[in-house]
Design a protein around this ligand. Structure first.
Ligand code: NAG
Length: 431
């Protein structure tokens, strides 16, 4: 068989706590045809015994032939380099998926640099050294878009929170690596089966508590206005795979010509000399970049009024998403008008959580059978409660790659699929 018809050997770095389990499920499904020949997943966690939530399906994925998990300290250069060595008799890894990056907001900047910027740098440099055909970087929704803009990939979206700067800097750094066949996929807020991180997981859990109490769930932010674009984990996986397939035959130079965008500097200038590997702040850096979210704009922005015009759904604001989720649990979503000015006060977070955290615990213990261990929490932290504004157009990935969303809808069936899978594995109360 020639190299072009053989299925690639693929390696996924990081993301065991975000989307790499979903990607693995696409690449080596329990049923149906595999897309890859051999798959290796590399992350800092142990999988047996697990030191992070894995979900019921992933251990079965790993148990298949030619699928391997490796626990590696990704801050150690030699460990990252040897993770690229294929098993004996196997061809070199030709597609690399970079799902690394620290997702916790309660970390220091030093940790963000070490775990987000440095880890990805080691992986990217080694991938370039080994001439991999595709290097796809997953960029989680660490940005905030402005109200009046195109929302396409040319929009200068700013890192939303202080540590998000390091997620952005990671893309700048990767784009500067000579010979790296990089594609960057920027996604919306992720939801899906066995996804235990992010705002939607939190909203689903808390909405169930308000449904149980038969009380309306309240939002801090004026409903209706803020776009909060989402994407199903099946599409994150599908989009990552589409990116790899797209760049592999093209190579970076051609990919930059077709889909290159300038990656702008959003850091403090003084950091350039402090952090090893940061490109100069005035470097003109280009990388192929694509957005992936569930909805698209008909017209980017109707300038006669400030409402967004959408084509394929009307559920992309916090309000719409919240209404769908709360309705599933038999309650409603309302605006906490008295809270908005009080938000600045530190105790607001505690006050809000007071209403539902105890009830979730009660739901877990009165479940049949009782639930003693779950990755799901009803505690909403400052980050979850803060205001999010993210709108991306997904036209480019549709036009350039012909990508078709696998899961364009967000409805009660979507929530049911997520909740029933949690229930079946014993992470969700059976009441
Ligand atoms: C990973 O390696 C670094 C550098 O040697 C070390 O400081 C750190 O403690 C290691 N982490 C773990 C979890 O072993």
């Amino acid at each position: 068989m020639s190299a072009t018809t053989e299925k690639p050997n693929v390696i996924i770095f990081g993301g065991l706590n975000t989307c790499s389990r979903s990607l693995a499920a696409l690449l080596v499904p329990l049923e149906g045809e595999r897309l890859v020949s051999h798959l290796r997943i590399v992350d800092k966690y142990s999988v047996s015994p697990p030191t992070t939530y894995l979900g019921a399906e992933f251990p079965k994925i790993l148990a298949q032939p030619d699928v391997e998990y490796r626990q590696v300290n990704l801050t150690v250069p030699s460990a990252v380099a040897s993770a690229f060595d294929p098993p004996e008799g196997q061809a070199a890894y030709s597609y690399v998926f970079d799902l690394t990056g620290e997702i916790r907001y309660d970390r220091t900047e030093m940790i963000a640099i070490k775990m987000t910027f440095n880890v990805s740098r080691l992986v990217g440099l080694e991938a370039a050294r080994r001439n991999v055909q595709a290097y796809v970087r997953l960029q989680l929704p660490v940005y905030e878009s402005s109200e009046k803009s195109t929302h396409d990939e040319k929009e200068d979206v700013k890192p939303a929170k202080p540590l998000d700067v390091w997620w952005h800097e990671t893309v700048r750094m990767l784009s500067a690596i000579e010979g790296l066949n990089l594609v960057v996929l920027r996604v919306g807020f992720v939801y899906g089966p066995y996804i235990d991180f992010g705002i939607y997981t939190s909203v689903i859990t808390v909405a169930s508590v308000y449904g149980y109490m038969k009380k309306p769930m309240k939002t801090l932010w004026s409903p209706g206005k803020d776009p909060m674009y989402t994407v199903h984990s099946d599409d994150v996986a599908g989009g990552l795979w589409a990116c790899a397939q797209w760049i592999a035959p093209l190579g970076r130079k051609e990919a930059d010509i077709i889909a290159g965008e300038q990656i702008l500097f959003h850091n403090e200038k003084s950091k350039v000399s402090e952090v090893e590997g940061m490109p100069p702040c005035d470097a003109k850096l280009i990388a192929p970049l694509f957005n992936l979210v569930r909805s698209a704009f008909k017209q980017f922005l109707d300038t006669s009024n400030s409402e967004f015009q959408q084509v394929d759904d009307s559920e992309i604001t916090l309000l719409k998403g919240g209404e769908i989720v709360t309705a599933y649990f038999g309650t409603t979503f309302e605006f906490h008008s008295f809270m908005i000015n009080a938000y600045a006060k530190a105790n607001v977070v505690e006050e809000i959580n007071e209403h539902h955290v105890g009830v979730w615990t009660e739901m877990l213990s009165s479940s049949n059978p009782p639930i003693t261990q779950t990755p799901l929490t009803a505690y909403m932290d400052t980050f979850t409660l803060s205001r999010h504004k993210l709108a991306y157009s997904n036209n480019k990935i549709k036009e350039v790659m012909g990508y078709k969303l696998k899961r364009p809808e967000f409805n009660h069936d979507t929530i049911k699929e997520i909740v029933e899978k949690w229930k079946a594995e014993g992470s969700w109360p059976n009441l």
